[in-house]
Ligand binder design. Structure first.
Ligand code: FEO
Length: 169
């Protein structure tokens, strides 16, 4: 594998684990607020991020590359009101999309079509992640000011269940 592509993928493993950590901190924030449904939603989001990291880890190993695990940064966002994690989540997903695009571009440059095909799943996944983040913001904008509506929204988010990623290596 091209050195730059391998290095970017290796770095992305760390970024995905950081995402998991960030989302776990969001779950932590909502738990403290008594919103177990929101917390559940973000705990599952954290698990998905670990899956993303592990897919990249496995992909590099499958291609004979050495994986180097780096320190995971401390989640450094401050949340005060219920909307804060949702907005931070959307901004974070947009950032991750840009990272995935950069790896895709690097792979394309060296005609590494195996990696672009591997990344196709992530490109689509990022579209879903951004949409989910935007939907949550819209719902909280619509229903967040009314206690009964917020209760219903929290109950809806409590129903999210984890499912393993559709991409199998
Ligand atoms: Fe791994 Fe939320 O992107």
């Amino acid at each position: 594998m091209n050195d730059k592509v391998a290095a970017l993928l290796n770095d992305q493993i760390n970024k995905e684990f950081y995402s998991a950590y960030l989302y776990l901190d969001m779950a932590n924030f909502y738990s403290r607020k008594g919103l177990d449904g929101f917390a559940n939603w973000y705990e599952i989001q954290a698990k998905e991020e670990q899956d993303h990291a592990m897919l990249m880890y496995q992909y590099l190993q499958n291609n004979g590359e050495t994986v180097t695990l780096e320190a995971i940064a401390k989640p450094d966002k401050n949340f005060e009101v219920l909307m804060d994690p949702l907005k931070a989540g959307l901004a974070h997903e947009q950032y991750v999309t840009s990272l995935i695009n950069t790896i895709y571009e690097a792979a394309q440059e060296v005609k590494d079509f195996r990696t672009t095909q591997f990344l196709d799943w992530f490109i689509k996944e990022q579209g879903e992640e951004e949409k989910n983040s935007m939907d949550l913001i819209t719902k909280l904008e619509l229903f967040g000011d009314d206690a009964r509506s917020l209760y219903m929204l929290n109950s809806e988010l409590a129903g999210r269940v984890y499912s393993a990623p559709s991409l199998v290596l």
